[in-house]
Design a protein around this ligand. Structure first.
Ligand SMILES: O=C(O)/C=C(\C=C(/O)C(=O)O)C(=O)O
Length: 307
């Protein structure tokens, strides 16, 4: 116990609004976290920030409030490779949550099997330098080779400037690869410029690569949005997210990123983040792929008729 939250850290938005956008049935919040509570699930000693506690009960209450049917809970760096809080949430979700864990090469096959049974379907490799220290690529590739037979995929979180140096490693991964937050493009650059073109090339040339089009609040340089409901908030992010959704409609996912770790400028109202979706997936068909078809095919394939 006694974990002091990182100074300047904002708690998630209390009392999120009810979205105006009606989520389709069986929609999935495909990127969110549970943190602690610290007295039950201590934060990792090697962490680079200490979050506020964010329990499975609060996550599932938000799911119901927003109108999602399911969650994909992603291990965050503040818990390191200690996945107990995440696994506890999966086992109390009534099969309505799947997980993406962080493991070290020392993880045993029995542990991987137990995680699979609990609903884990992927591992996360984080390359964001403010969040993690360096992990040797051979260790990561060894982990990818061990989880591939389980049918798991690899979630990668990196910054756009690092894509060139990570390119050979990413394109050698033997699994489906899911990119967090479009690889954090610099939205001050043109959407048809060379930087984002490299990310689009990554997806175009590698059909095993998917992307989450989430976290506009992290990418936008607009600052706290004037959410008047009509004008799209985070307008500088919209062209980037629309480009990915419309170019690769069958390989995109969306998530709230609740409880939004490491946000200091403003904290988004999760209800208004849901209202952002129609600005980036502009037809009901694209919305259904983004929110229902794609995440259920990837995380609940056993529930799809004829699968
Ligand atoms: O929650 C996110 O996806 C984004 C962040 C943090 C993490 O992913 C993490 O700590 O694992 C961030 O950009 O600070």
């Amino acid at each position: 116990g006694g974990f002091e939250k990182t100074p300047g850290w904002l708690d998630w938005y209390a009392g999120p609004s009810k979205p105006k956008f009606q989520l389709p049935a069986n929609s999935v919040d495909a990127h969110c976290h549970v943190f602690g509570p610290g007295d039950r699930f201590p934060y990792a000693p090697e962490r680079k920030y200490t979050p506020c506690d964010a329990s499975r009960e609060q996550l599932f209450a938000l799911r119901n409030h927003l109108g999602f049917a399911k969650n994909v809970i992603v291990q965050a760096t503040c818990h390191g490779a200690d996945n107990r809080a995440l696994l506890d949430a999966l086992t109390h979700s009534g099969n309505r949550a799947r997980g993406v864990v962080t493991v070290k090469r020392s993880v045993s096959d029995e542990e991987l099997q137990a995680m699979h049974h609990a609903g884990v379907r992927g591992v996360r490799f984080n390359f964001v330098k403010r969040l993690v220290d360096f992990t040797p690529k051979d260790e990561l590739m060894e982990i990818a080779a061990r989880i591939a037979p389980l049918g798991w995929h690899v979630v990668i979180y990196f910054e756009a400037v690092d894509l060139p140096e990570l390119w050979d490693f990413f394109t050698a991964l033997p699994t489906t690869v899911v990119v967090d937050h479009m690889g954090r493009p610099d939205v001050s650059k043109p959407v048809d410029g060379p930087e984002f073109a490299l990310f689009l090339k990554f997806m175009r040339e590698h059909p095993n690569v998917w992307s989450k089009v989430s976290c506009p609040e992290r990418l936008s340089l607009d600052g706290p949005p004037a959410l008047d409901g009509e004008r799209a908030p985070y307008r500088d992010v919209v062209p980037f997210a629309r480009k990915v959704v419309e170019t690769f409609p069958d390989r995109v996912l969306w998530g709230t990123d609740w409880p939004h770790p490491n946000l200091k400028g403003h904290m988004p109202d999760d209800g208004l983040l849901v209202d952002f979706i129609p600005h980036i997936a502009v037809t009901p068909e694209l919305q259904r792929k983004l929110l229902v078809g794609n995440p259920n095919r990837l995380y609940w394939p056993e529930e799809i008729e004829g699968s």
